[in-house]
Design a protein around this ligand. Structure first.
Ligand SMILES: Cc1cc2nc3c(=O)[nH]c(=O)nc-3n(C[C@H](O)[C@H](O)[C@H](O)COP(=O)(O)O)c2cc1C
Length: 392
């Protein structure tokens, strides 16, 4: 399975093409739209979300709510494009009217300056920011929705929530209260901060409100948990095949994500070995299992069968309404950076995007190992493999 996205933030459409999804998977627009709505709704997001109501159209690869095995093309319309038809016009040469929203003062922390240098967009840094904008993550969430649907067929569930925004933290010790991800999902999705508890929800809202009032921005961390993965996906044999490494790349590939850990990785650096390794047990029902999951579900780049626990670190949003120091790329004079309509924090939406990226990497790993032509054959193969592993 592979995919590519296309689309500019204020262009007419966002597009994704996915190749390698087996035939026969049930797939309806509602399944994707539900995830798109989750990405749009989160405390601290800006006014763009009031303009957009993201809904997907399947242009290819789906018939009668089932996948055909051919490439699936997903399209989401940018409602805001109506306000930008001149500025984004593909068939007019640049003129005084359609370059009114030029960006000449790059924002520190965004892709503006380096992207302009690299692609020689000296005339207008909008040519960079239209693509580097996180609007593109709409399509990663859409692809992730398809991946989650495929994973659900073999009993794999994936859910993302917010660990902290600035200094306001979810009480992660509460995680043990939840028997499965459905229970966890019911709690975290009941808060528009995606926090784990009411106290954290209130504290996070307070941090975001204060940042907004101060014309500032704030970052945080999100956590994604995946349950039900078969043992032994990924491989220790070559570095390229390590599934934890692929997930790490996918997470840091999300706009503004600057760090990733599995299990309690960063805290582990302060621990001794006997405090950390997940001890091995066996019983006739379950086969081999672990007494803990400190390593976050991976050994040797392979799934252990325990829950996969991935944390991503999201930096504060680069665009400040109280802009920081920059330089005009035309005159080379000092100026405050440009301002684009912007969020106060990306963290609440980022939990949904990270969840989608983990789902995509897990679905790829499943389709690498098992039949990818037909969903029923894939399920049969997974069931046989699970049975074999149980009797190891
Ligand atoms: C959900 C989400 C929303 C974002 N919204 C904004 C935004 O409104 N303004 C902004 O300057 N950056 C925003 N960002 C971050 C930028 O897209 C990102 O910082 C930029 O592309 C530079 O890439 P880098 O931070 O990965 O180096 C957002 C990121 C995410 C994940």
């Amino acid at each position: 399975m592979r995919y590519v996205t296309a689309g500019e933030s204020h262009g007419p459409e966002e597009i994704a093409v996915i190749e390698g999804i087996p035939a026969g998977l049930d797939l309806s627009q509602e399944v994707v739209d539900k995830q798109l709505a989750r990405r749009q709704h989160g405390y601290g997001r800006g006014d763009r979300q009031k303009i957009e109501t993201d809904t997907v159209t399947f242009l290819t690869g789906v018939r009668h709510q089932k996948t055909l095995g051919s490439p699936i093309t997903l399209e989401v319309h940018n409602d805001d494009h109506n306000n930008w038809t001149k500025i984004m016009a593909p068939n007019e040469p640049a003129n005084a009217e359609n370059t009114l929203r030029k960006v000449m003062r790059p924002r520190p922390g965004h892709a503006d300056l380096v992207g302009g240098m690299k692609y020689r967009h000296h005339e207008d840094l909008r040519n960079v920011l239209e693509r580097s904008s996180a609007r593109e993550t709409t399509m990663r969430v859409a692809v992730g929705a398809v991946a989650k649907k495929l994973l659900a067929e073999i009993g794999v569930d994936v859910h993302g929530f917010v660990a902290n925004v600035g200094p306001a933290k979810s009480d992660l010790s509460q995680l043990t209260k939840y028997k499965n991800l459905d229970e966890l999902r019911a709690i975290t999705e009941s808060f528009d901060t995606r926090a784990l508890d009411a106290k954290a929800d209130a504290a996070i809202k307070d941090v975001i409100d204060r940042a907004k009032k101060d014309a500032n921005t704030v970052g945080g961390q999100v956590e994604v948990i995946a349950t039900g993965m078969p043992v032994g996906l990924g491989s220790y044999v070559t570095a390229d095949d390590k599934l934890d490494a692929k997930i790490a790349r996918a997470i840091v590939g999300i706009n503004a994500f600057k760090g990733v850990q599995f299990g309690s990785a960063f805290d582990n650096s302060e621990k001794f070995g006997d405090e950390l390794m997940d001890e091995i047990f066996w019983d006739p029902e379950r086969g081999f299992y672990r007494g803990s999951d400190n390593l976050g579900g991976f050994e040797g780049g392979m799934t252990t069968g325990e829950a996969i626990v991935v944390r991503g670190v999201v930096k504060p949003i680069p665009t400040l309404y109280r802009p920081m120091q920059s330089v005009d790329i035309d005159t080379h004079e000092n100026h405050k950076a440009s301002i684009e309509r912007s969020d106060t924090t990306a963290v609440t939406a980022a939990a949904v995007i990270a969840e989608a990226m983990v789902a995509i990497e897990l679905a790829k790993a499943v389709l690498d190992k098992f039949d990818s032509d037909n969903i029923d054959r894939m399920k049969e193969q997974v069931a046989l493999y699970r049975e074999e592993i149980k009797h190891f």
